[in-house]
Design a protein around this ligand. Sequence first.
Ligand code: FAD
Length: 345
Amino acid sequence: MIYDLVIVGGGPAGSMFASLLSENTTALLIEGDGVEKTCGGLLSPDAQTLMARLGRTLPADVLVDPQIFSVRTIDLQTKKERTYARNYLNMSRKAFDDWMLSFVPPHVERMKGVVQSMESASSGFRLTCRSEGKEVIVQARQLVGADGAASLVRRTFFPPLETMEMVAFQQWFPAEEESLPPLYSALFDKKTSPACSWTIQKGEHVLFGGIFPTQETRRRFEEQKEKLRSFGFHLNRPVRKEGCKVLWPRSQKSFQCGSQNIFLIGEAAGFISPSSFEGISYAMESAMFLYEALQTPKPIETYRSLTAGMRRRLLSKLLKARVMYTPLLRSLALRSGLTSISLRE
Ligand SMILES: Cc1cc2nc3c(=O)[nH]c(=O)nc-3n(C[C@H](O)[C@H](O)[C@H](O)COP(=O)(O)OP(=O)(O)OC[C@H]3O[C@@H](n4cnc5c(N)ncnc54)[C@H](O)[C@@H]3O)c2cc1C
């Protein structure tokens, strides 16, 4: 069988796109290896607005305790800190991804597995996949790359994006060993990373993770962990560790929408905030734009034009990123206390 469409990747971008498809399209969603994405698991106000537009309400079992209304921002070098109000929802990322997949209608076929290679063929595309220990060949006229930052679809058919390649590393710790109130914190330390780190409580665990250069990632992570002790964090005996590749957008050339019959959505297209690394909303929004574009006679041109505003919004966040990630500007911003809240004793 030759599918009209094959979607590679069952994260928020792939599941959102698959959930919109009508019965007129024969489609296969190749979900991936089922490993939980390394993520803060926070649903931003923009993502909540997209949910509202779709009439979707979030079940309680996707949320985790506690729901936090502020972020404690700490510069580990200068030891300056401020607290800002935030309106994110604290979720289990795995439960969120499973819930998003539950919207995929039965007429979209699903396969748990990983695409190992792909090539152009007379029918369109030929994909070699590994599913349940077996090799499976899949053919399709159109290809949707929703396979995240390390996208094989993008790497196979397009030149590398002009981004800064970084690595996220995160550990999970038993929450009962932490004596701090369950605040969400954003951490900066110019000595160990040009990006940021975070701590957040998720039920019985406290997560400490960060985004680091690809060299000496673990040493940098441990150095930050050590520095956090003087801010009251203990972070002993991790029960789980995880990591993934991160693309840090720098310019318009950090994005790739696709060409002809290959479309990229979500992080595969480079759509992630250069300031907060929030990406679930962009994954969902780009999926919705692609669905709309495929109803038109010139899908790739329409998709490019529909995502133009989103790409501009992402690039406008580069300004905020410059303030956040330039030590002097960050220090001035923290000192000014602009938009911060004061905590009552
Ligand atoms: C450390 C970190 C923290 C973050 N925290 C947040 C946050 O708190 N809130 C937020 O909104 N965003 C956050 N983000 C961004 C967010 O995680 C991503 O932008 C979002 O997951 C992108 O969704 P996606 O569907 O495009 O890709 P992904 O979620 O990465 O999904 C890709 C899917 O493709 C599958 N796949 C990959 N390769 C193949 C293959 N060869 N064959 C088949 N399947 C494949 C994977 O298994 C996965 O299911 C964070 C990112 C990082 C790195």
